[in-house]
Design a protein around this ligand. Structure first.
Ligand code: ZN
Length: 320
């Protein structure tokens, strides 16, 4: 690989139920920072909420399209199965206790690829997990006092994709995004960008004959991979076309990054997002996520948009 570098996951976008419940879970229970409050640029009557570390660094950002009355999704083959966060080694016990206190559904702790994993679900049934990572405690952790910084989430560990076949998607990860196959455990094969601190792992679970997904609340909509700039993104697009006969969308300006999208061979929607310009492009870093930001094309319709969006009620006391 010479034309592109290896960087890993940029963000993960999922579908949620009620927006207020989503904000409370991710900011209060998990302690992520709400780094952007905007609308779905393709459907401006719906929020697009972004959570991440203090500045929304690539590799830490989980985003949602929340619908007040979304029907629950059903996991199927050709979909992202689980979204996994990194936490400092030694913090899993603390998180288990927190999940008990907050009524979060979680599974018994297991080992995967030698790491300690605590799998749990968000209020919409989205499959999430925490993985204890040695050395993560030395990295800065965002904390607004809800979660002590020593236990705070340090960005993404990985996503797992539930696919019919391993090879065609694996080829995209290795040839276009610079991942390397590093091992397998049961039906799971692990691909990694070993130079990436956050978001450097994709696990493919290959299972023939599984049901097709029914997208809904709790489903991942797409996984975005990093390109440092437009030139690197263009090189990836070229590689997809020449080596894999895959055509992407035109580049779309998402204000905080510029994106192209494509359906990978296993049917998961992939995006390639530039790392620039980032979330401080339209509000100061200290105020990220505190007000509704709209792209220029929708500013003229701000009053109508604000009238249809549900209130987030962020300043009200959190129910126990
Ligand atoms: Zn995206």
């Amino acid at each position: 690989m010479t034309s592109t570098s290896s960087r890993g996951i940029h963000h993960v976008t999922a579908i949620a139920g009620p927006a207020s419940r989503n904000v409370r879970f991710y900011t209060e229970t998990l302690g992520l920072r709400l780094v952007k409050r905007t609308v779905n640029f393709d459907d401006p009557g719906t929020y697009h909420l972004y959570y991440g570390d203090e500045v929304g660094s690539p590799g830490t950002v989980l985003t949602f399209f929340p619908y007040e009355h979304a029907a629950p999704g059903r996991l199927g083959v050709g979909e992202t199965q689980e979204t996994v966060f990194r936490v400092p080694e030694g913090s899993i016990g603390w998180w288990t206790q927190r999940f008990i206190e907050k009524g979060v559904a979680f599974e018994p702790i297991v080992k995967r690829f030698g790491e300690t994993v605590l799998a749990f679900k968000d209020p919409d049934g989205m499959r999430l997990a925490l993985v204890a990572v040695s050395g993560a405690g030395l990295e800065p952790g965002w904390s607004d006092d809800t979660i002590p910084a020593e236990y705070a989430i340090r960005g993404f560990h990985s996503v797992s994709l539930l696919l019919e076949e391993l090879a065609p998607t694996g080829a995209i990860l290795t040839d276009v995004f610079g991942f390397r196959e590093i091992g397998s455990e049961g039906s799971t094969t692990r691909f990694a960008v070993e130079s990436a601190t956050t978001g450097g792992i994709v696990d493919i679970r290959s299972v023939g004959g599984f049901l097709k997904p029914r997208p809904g609340a709790g489903s991942v909509h797409h996984v975005a991979f990093q390109a440092v700039d437009d030139a690197e993104q263009a090189a990836m697009v070229k590689r997809l076309a020449e080596n894999h006969r895959i055509t992407t969308t035109e580049q779309l300006d998402r204000n905080y990054f510029r994106s192209v999208y494509f359906r990978e061979p296993g049917h998961v929607l992939f995006e390639i997002a530039t790392n620039a310009p980032g979330f401080a492009v339209d509000e100061p870093a200290a105020e990220l996520g505190t007000s509704l930001k709209l792209p220029a094309i929708y500013e003229a319709n701000r009053a109508e948009i604000e009238a249809v969006l549900p209130k987030l009620a962020l300043n009200e006391p959190i129910a126990a």
